[in-house]
Design a protein. Structure first.
Lengths: 392, 169
């Protein structure tokens, strides 16, 4: 249910299947009467629950003490009446005060515990947030930027706009955009504290003070709705297990008439000559490997469908090939070497692949590097850039 | 207020003043003012979005305290200062003599040793949070240092130091 009695609507929902009561938005009532329906809904949820009832507040941006006491009252009363029932409050690591407030409940009734929703809830995020990946991310952006700097104006990039770079990683794309296009405001959000720390250090070294780096969960952002002319999200839908949820958030924070720009890969289409067959086999296996960890690195050509399903109009899709001919071939080779280390050295091992498989898997990467560095060779990494306009 | 704290060099960031009658005309003023001021003062914090969210949460509670005990005469003033990782909120509002003692005691209790026990007791037993509990909430969940200034009778000033930059980082 979406409750509009307060100035800012909030959501209170109960999912009986997962026994999860969720509160989201801003809940700042003057009196308990204003949220009586939601408090009653929680009471009913408690009455019908068995075992564990989850109280999900990870999308709760604000809640005043009046509301906190009212909902806490229901849970505490239930603990006293129902020794068979446990409560797990799921908070977000992004919204700091929720964990602080709700943790007190466990001090009063041990049946109540708090779990902080973090990257561990996303399959495969440990791999993509690994700090050892940072140097190679810089090289990747350097190579894709050669193409994107000419592509971006076709997707809404221009001077003076307010833009958000969601899943900004180490922030180098935001810094390049700032220099090249001079937007009026840039917010750069990521879920990796290590990447953000790196981004802030780099910004400080270059005297950049006007990029707002923020820690956040891209699928549940604190950013307000309808505030950015352009929202960029690069190479990230493909590594979320629910890209549609992420796209919904990008749509939400985009101004009506503004655009959301996404880039994604189709890894099985990575290619090279010579040794094309070995390369092709390995990248087809890369796609399967990511799929095992609930990530779709084949998403690129599906961008149009995702954007359409999310409600965008005027959808534009194009693709470009990053290759060993873009500047120094060694840069391309370094990227592939980093992929080999993570995909074959960590992910395949975690999946439980045999040494024989991993050896063949590695060979494809080695052959891709061989092609990249070969004086007559060609090595490519295709990327799809797409954007859609949020209807007015 | 300690001597060291009095000497601290807090730089003003933003100041807001309005008629109490206007402020009290709409409950949503608490939400709107806290959100606006939080956004304004947080833009150059390390993590502007999260700092703004945290700060808005604290300031809204303070404004709600003022709203609930407010009288429609005089003016409400809210100034935010900064010193390093700390923001200071000075909230000045008309306060009848009958309520002054209440604020003195409520502020004093935020510094007492049993503050946390009383806070838990209030969550555990009270049907709704009192203004005293809200000040405890600020002291406990936002690590606020709260004091009271009574120089501008008939108004009083709640002085709340919030070390949110450190908490968020």
């Amino acid at each position: 249910m979406s409750i509009g009695a307060l100035s800012t609507p909030y959501q209170a929902e109960f999912d009986a299947n997962s026994q999860e009561f969720s509160l989201a938005g801003v809940i700042r009532p003057r009196t308990v009467d204003e949220i009586a329906a939601s408090v009653t809904a929680l009471r009913h949820a408690v009455e019908g629950a068995r075992g564990v009832l989850y109280i999900n507040v990870k999308r709760l941006a604000q809640m005043n003490n009046t509301a906190f006491h009212a909902f806490a009252r229901v849970v505490l009363d239930a603990c006293r009446a129902r020794s068979d029932l446990r409560f797990v409050v799921v908070t977000s690591s992004v919204v700091g005060w929720t964990e602080r407030m709700f943790r007190h409940l466990g001090k009063i009734e041990p049946q109540i515990s708090v779990e902080v929703y973090d990257s561990k809830f996303y399959p495969g995020q440990d791999f993509v947030e690994d700090t050892s990946f940072i140097p190679i991310l810089r090289t990747q952006t350097k190579m894709t930027w050669r193409h994107e700097r000419t592509i971006l104006p076709r997707h809404g990039m221009r001077a003076g706009i307010a833009m958000a770079d969601i899943c900004c990683g180490i922030g180098d794309f935001a810094a390049l955009v700032r220099k090249e296009f001079r937007p009026a405001r840039i917010v750069a959000l990521d879920h990796s504290r290590a990447s953000l720390a790196y981004a802030r250090n780099v910004a400080a070294e270059f005297g950049i003070t006007d990029i707002e780096y923020t820690y956040g969960d891209a699928s549940e952002m604190l950013l307000e709705s309808d505030q950015f002319d352009l929202v960029t999200c690069r190479h990230s839908l493909q590594i979320f297990n629910q890209p549609d949820v992420l796209l919904k958030e990008l749509f939400r924070i985009c101004k009506p008439g503004g655009r959301v720009y996404i880039t994604n890969e189709k890894n099985s289409h990575c290619l090279g000559e010579p040794r094309s067959q070995s390369i092709q086999w390995t990248y087809e296996e890369v796609a399967k490997l990511f799929s095992h960890f609930e990530m779709d690195v084949e998403l690129g050509p599906k961008s149009r469908r995702y954007l359409a399903d999310a409600g965008f109009e005027d959808i534009r899709v194009e693709s470009f090939m990053v290759s060993n001919l873009d500047g120094d071939p060694q840069d391309f080779a370094d990227i592939i070497a980093a992929w080999e280390n993570v995909y074959a050295g960590e992910m395949a091992v975690k999946r439980g692949d045999s040494p024989e498989f991993i050896r063949r898997f590695r060979q494809g990467f080695q052959d891709h590097i061989f092609a990249a560095l070969h004086p007559k060779g060609y090595a490519g990494w295709p990327i799809w850039a797409a954007s859609g306009r949020k209807p007015l | 207020m300690s001597a060291a704290r009095a000497k601290a060099n807090f730089e003003p960031l933003i100041e807001l003043e309005m008629e109490m009658g206007t402020f009290l005309s709409d409950w949503d003023h608490c939400d709107h003012l806290s959100s606006f001021m939080a956004r304004m003062i947080s833009h150059n914090r390390t993590d502007p979005v999260r700092h703004s969210n945290f700060f808005s949460s604290a300031l809204n509670e303070l404004l709600e305290v003022t709203f609930r005990g407010g009288l429609p005469e005089g003016r409400i003033g809210c100034t935010v200062y900064r010193q390093g990782p700390k923001e200071r909120v000075k909230l000045t509002f008309p306060c009848p003599p009958s309520q002054r003692q209440f604020y003195r005691e409520a502020v004093s209790k935020t510094r007492e040793q049993d503050a946390y026990d009383r806070y838990l007791d209030a969550i555990s037993n009270d049907l709704a949070p009192s203004r005293e509990v809200i000040l405890l909430d600020l002291a406990i969940n936002f690590e606020a240092e709260i004091s009271l200034e009574e120089k501008t009778s008939p108004s009083i000033t709640l002085v709340v130091d919030l070390p949110l930059e450190g908490i968020i980082s």
